[in-house]
Design a binder for this molecule. Structure first.
Ligand SMILES: [Zn+2]
Length: 262
């Protein structure tokens, strides 16, 4: 058995490599051109990258100080105990259940105004690339960690399963936010099972009906099962963001959940 600390390091190294691959390769064969205000490494380009990097660093610090400790505690205090040897056999079912939870949690973040105030920070990005996958308000991450701790305790999820799930969720988020142009046949085949960039970009389309659709994170069949798919297909010039809203300064984004109601 690999010690948990080594597992955590392995997870972080794998995700750092995956993120570096996405960030360096998505401009080689992009699906969409960077919109004019953000193109050309000008001031707007630097401001966007500064915002996304600062939000990513703030949530990374929160993950180390709060999310991981509360997750560890929840895994160590299940509401019931699984039979010996059951943990490994149940890994695929646990991953499905956790992805189902994250589907409904994402849907709640869009449907409940107090949650949307935090989640809107992620959606205010005016363009999508792998950096958007790391752009979240600390409040959303903290609330999500608390609710997830209850789910972990109720389902008696083992820590190793959680580690595998976190790795898959983060890898999936980097994948479906990336500005990667896949061949239509590959994209269509993948989209039957998992959320692809083409599907997730529709979720970031600055049109309310599309923003409130396509909530899946790893698997795409939850949206078909629960009727939240969109007929919209990604287009290269599709406006990204929140309908009627612009991106904001870093400080305005931090303050956004406390200043206005959707
Ligand atoms: Zn969303």
């Amino acid at each position: 058995m690999i010690p948990m600390a080594s597992g955590l390091i392995l997870k972080n190294v794998l995700l750092a490599c995956w993120l570096a691959l996405a960030l360096t390769s998505e401009n080689i064969r992009p699906a969409a051109a960077v919109p004019l205000p953000l193109a050309g490494y000008g001031a707007a380009w630097f401001r966007r990258w500064g915002r996304n990097a600062a939000l990513a660093l703030s949530t990374a610090a929160l993950a180390a100080l709060f999310v991981w400790p509360i997750t560890l505690w929840a895994c160590q205090h299940p509401l019931w105990h699984r039979p010996e040897g059951w943990n490994y056999l149940s890994l695929p079912v646990d991953l499905l259940l956790l992805d189902l939870w994250i589907y409904w949690w994402h849907r709640a973040n869009h449907r409940l105004p107090p949650l949307w105030r935090f989640h809107e920070v992620h959606h205010r990005d005016q363009f999508l690339d792998a950096s958007t996958a790391l752009r979240f308000h600390m409040g959303e991450v903290a609330i999500s960690a608390c609710v997830r701790a209850l789910v972990i305790m109720a389902l008696a999820i083992p820590l190793w399963t959680l580690l595998v799930f976190e790795t898959l969720v983060s890898a999936a988020a980097i994948f479906h936010h990336a500005n990667w142009r896949l061949s239509p046949s590959l994209e269509n085949r993948l989209a039957r099972l998992i959320i692809t960039p083409g599907l997730h970009w529709v979720h970031h389309h600055a049109r309310q009906a599309d923003t409130d659709s396509t909530y899946g994170t790893i698997f795409s069949f939850w949206d078909r099962l629960f009727g939240s798919s969109s007929r919209m297909r990604r287009a290269p010039l599709m406006p990204i963001g929140v309908a009627g809203e612009k991106d904001a300064s870093l400080w305005a984004l931090f303050a956004l959940p406390f200043r206005r109601i959707r």
